[in-house]
Write a protein that binds this ligand. Structure first.
Ligand SMILES: [Ca+2]
Ligand SMILES: [Ca+2]
Length: 245
């Protein structure tokens, strides 16, 4: 009996240790994501009142060395039973992009990016990029840099929008651009629960590429390499039952 109890205690201890092996314990950032009772109007304008109740992600840092930078990027996320939503506010005096066709190499210009891996035990992850012209790149990767039908996988119900306070022509005098993305949960096929349940943890990274006035690679969770495709360095989002309306 004592042995059985001892074994049970050991098993419980191991389970608790496993649960605690999370992003925070590895020094990676963690974001607690609230559920929105009000669907977001995905038009690039961040005036939906629920955004004001969503916490900000930590400041983006230089991807290569983790140092702070003066290019302010404010990002938030929310979820409901159909979508996970992201918003970005990118301060930029010199907004620039030229690519207008879906799935072009948007990362060669100015862009914001979402990398999402719902189950770290499985190699696949989703990459989304939006530029200030409102062009989308969506890729489903089966493993590191192994896209599933690179240019032909288009999320059917994906929604996004941008708004630019300035011009996108690379001349200075701009203020900022904002972006909203709604990624359908039905695309996130490796998620343990859809919709997610309170306590579920997914891996996530958010990035921003700057080109003018000078090239910069920014990240919520820096990978410390000249490479964004390092899921082991992604941060973590934790779903909560916190409801905003
Ligand atoms: Ca909106
Ligand atoms: Ca710029």
């Amino acid at each position: 009996m004592l042995k059985t109890r001892l074994a049970l205690f050991v098993a419980l201890g191991l389970m608790i240790a496993a649960v605690n092996t999370t992003g925070r314990s590895q020094g990676l950032p963690v974001y607690e994501i609230s559920r929105t009772a009000t669907p977001i109007k995905v038009d690039g304008r961040l005036d939906d009142s629920v955004w004001a109740h969503a916490p900000l992600f930590d400041d983006f840092r230089l991807n290569l060395d983790g140092s702070p930078n003066s290019f302010k990027t404010e990002a938030r996320a929310l979820y409901d039973y159909t979508f996970i939503y992201f918003s970005f506010r990118s301060r930029d005096e010199n907004i620039w992009a030229t690519l207008k066709t879906r799935d072009q190499h948007l990362w060669e210009e100015e862009v914001v990016e979402v990398f999402l891996q719902a189950d770290p035990q499985q190699g696949s992850y989703i990459e989304l990029e939006v530029n200030p012209l409102g062009t989308m790149l969506d890729i489903y990767l089966l493993d590191i840099r192994k896209p599933l039908r690179y240019e032909s996988w288009n999320s059917k119900k994906l929604k996004w929008g941008v708004q630019v306070f300035g011009t996108v022509d690379g001349k200075d005098g701009d203020r900022e651009w904002t972006c909203e993305i709604a990624l359908p949960l039905e695309d996130i096929v490796t998620a343990k629960n859809r919709p997610p349940q309170a306590g579920d943890r997914w891996r996530l990274n958010l990035y921003r590429m700057e080109q003018l006035p000078k090239p910069l690679l920014l990240a919520w969770s820096p990978t410390f390499k000249d490479d964004f495709h390092i899921p082991g360095k992604f941060g973590e989002i934790v779903f909560t039952s916190n409801l905003v309306r």
